[in-house]
Design a protein around this ligand. Structure first.
Ligand code: FEO
Length: 391
């Protein structure tokens, strides 16, 4: 298999995962890549590896450029197994290689692979000379794990950013301008919402540390390499990490006999009347990982569930569990739903929205099948709390 040149003596040698459709719960309809990069100078460095089942592809692409046994250093920017999974095979093919990683990275690799490898540990500000080429390291803890760091080539102005700025896209194209920026930005947003969102403050620290660097290529560990839309993706990361939202609403719900859905549509109408663009999302037909990119940029998050066996519906509970873990901030939340007699679901949803630190609009809770008059009363300027007793 072929390697792809980024610049002179710098090659993409990663693996393309055409068939993956579920990445630990995140649906990846476009597949993904695990990007590894080869830097060739008097010394040779491999930056990151690939998932274990793509190790032959990685070795094949490396072999298209050099003999893998000549690799001197393997930089592990991140321990997670989508990037380190083929390390045992690569270390077998490059027996003289020394692993360059953070101190936390070394501990993580030992805990994963239980192997006696040679390490050089680095921290922010450290560098490694390959001859004419210098690798500089910046630690970026929690973007995405505590071990994360990025590698920067000052002369070549390339940032190897690992998970940051990644997208789950499998494609023959390697650069953002070859595929179309709409797709790449859309997938970068989905990646941020599903993977990076909990770590906004750490992303801001990383952006601050990277702001001093002169960058004309960002080479992440997933998806396309940024060379055309660098300022666009940096601006997006700045907004997303600050939890800045658009004046838009997402109305996310499940429904049993259509009553909660009627409330959802009444809310939709009410947001439209206020000039706030709403989006309706039924949990029966949308995967949770496709919904969180909508939450990423929405100021208003309304969640609806009828009561089922004294609880919210399992689909709603699953979504809220996922959302709570991703910890979006600075949102305005609302719980709504229909009920028959006990009616716990709306309060349960609201409790979780409160735990997430959302500002809360009054809940809407209607008994059995709402009347048109009740639905017509739903009005964002004057939200009323509807509780009609079963008896
Ligand atoms: Fe792509 Fe955190 O691994």
């Amino acid at each position: 298999m072929k390697a792809v040149a980024l610049k002179e003596n710098i090659w993409w040698v990663g693996g393309i995962d055409w068939d993956i459709r579920n990445f630990h719960g995140y649906q990846t309809p476009r597949g993904t890549t695990y990007n590894a990069y080869l830097v060739i100078d008097e010394k040779i460095a491999l930056i990151d590896t690939v998932k274990n089942y793509l190790e032959k592809e990685l070795l094949s692409r490396i072999s298209a450029v050099i003999d893998p046994s000549k690799i001197d250093y393997i930089v592990v920017n991140h321990v997670e197994m989508d990037h380190s999974g083929s390390l045992p095979q690569i270390m077998a093919a490059a027996p003289n290689a020394v692993i360059v990683t953070s101190a936390v990275g070394e501990k993580g690799l030992e805990a994963h692979y239980h192997s006696k490898w040679k390490y050089v540990t680095v921290k922010s500000g450290d560098s490694l000379d390959l001859g004419r080429t210098e690798l500089k390291f910046v630690q970026t803890p929690m973007v995405h794990w505590p071990d994360n760091m990025v590698t920067y080539l000052p002369k070549e102005k390339i940032l190897f950013s690992n998970d940051a700025f990644g997208q789950h896209i499998a494609s023959p194209e390697r650069f953002d301008d070859e595929l179309g920026s709409d797709i790449v930005i859309e997938e970068a947003a989905k990646y941020y919402a599903n993977i990076v969102l909990p770590f906004g403050s750490q992303v801001q620290k990383a952006l601050q540390a990277l702001s001093a660097l002169d960058i004309d290529m960002i080479a992440p560990s997933h998806g396309l390499i940024w060379r055309e839309h660098i300022s666009d993706i940096l601006k997006k990361y700045t907004l997303w990490s600050a939890n800045e939202t658009d004046d838009k609403a997402v109305i996310i719900y499940d429904t049993m006999y259509g009553s909660t859905e009627k409330i959802a549509y009444a809310l939709f109408r009410s947001f439209e009347e206020k000039g706030i663009p709403p989006r309706l999302i039924n949990l029966k037909s949308n995967h949770i990982s496709d919904i969180v990119p909508e939450v990423l940029t929405a100021k208003y998050v309304c969640i609806g569930s009828p009561t089922l066996n004294n609880n919210m519906m399992p689909t709603v509970a699953a979504f809220l569990t996922y959302l709570k873990g991703l910890a979006p901030k600075n949102r305005i939340g609302m719980a709504f739903g229909s009920y028959g007699w006990s009616g716990q679901s709306v309060g349960q949803v609201e409790d979780i929205l409160r735990e997430m630190g959302f500002d809360i609009l009054p809940q809407i809770k209607l008994n059995y099948v709402p009347t048109q008059a009740q639905l017509d009363e739903i009005n964002l300027d004057q939200i009323k709390i509807f509780v009609s007793d079963f008896d």
